[in-house]
Design a protein around this ligand. Structure first.
Ligand SMILES: [Zn+2]
Ligand SMILES: [Zn+2]
Length: 130
C-alpha cells in the first residue's frame, strides 16, 4: 500500500473526519451524520468537501455559521469585516474579493468572481461543444 503524502487521519474537515487512507491520495471520511465518503485529500484541505454526499444534497444548514475573521466557510476564508454585513474573503485561488454574509449563507460553495467566471466559461464551452 502506498503511503499518504500527508497523514490526515483523525483530522476534521467541516463535518468530515478522515478515518483511513485508501491510497492514491484518497481518504475514507466519517461524516457527523454517520455516513462515509471517499474524498481526495486535496479536496478536504481546500474545503471542497465538507460533508458526505447525503448531507451535501440537503438544504444548506447555515445556522451555525460563524462570521469571524479567519473562519473558513465553503472554501473561502474571511479576512476582514468591511461593515454592513460585507466581508473581504480569500478565495482558494489566492484572490481577495468582497462578498456579503447573505451570499455566503445562501451558497453551497464560494469562490471569487474570477473563478466563477472561469467555471461559467468552461460550462458554456462544454455546452457549445455539443
Ligand atoms: Zn453526512
Ligand atoms: Zn478565485
Amino acid at each position: 500500500m502506498t503511503r499518504p503524502h500527508e497523514d490526515l487521519t483523525g483530522q476534521r474537515f467541516g463535518q468530515l473526519t478522515a478515518e483511513s487512507y485508501l491510497g492514491q491520495n484518497h481518504w475514507r471520511c466519517r461524516c457527523t451524520c454517520g455516513g462515509t465518503r471517499d474524498v481526495r485529500g486535496a479536496y478536504l484541505k481546500n474545503g471542497r468537501a465538507t460533508a458526505c454526499l447525503a448531507c451535501k444534497g440537503r438544504a444548506p444548514i447555515r445556522k451555525s455559521t460563524k462570521f469571524v475573521v479567519g473562519a473558513t466557510i465553503d472554501g473561502i476564508t474571511l479576512m476582514k469585516y468591511l461593515g454592513a454585513h460585507r466581508w473581504e474573503a480569500l478565495c482558494a485561488c489566492g484572490n481577495h474579493f468582497a462578498t456579503t454574509q447573505t451570499t455566503i449563507e445562501n451558497s453551497h460553495f464560494m469562490m471569487c468572481p474570477k473563478c466563477t467566471l472561469h467555471i461559467n466559461r468552461a460550462v458554456k464551452k462544454a455546452r457549445h461543444a455539443k
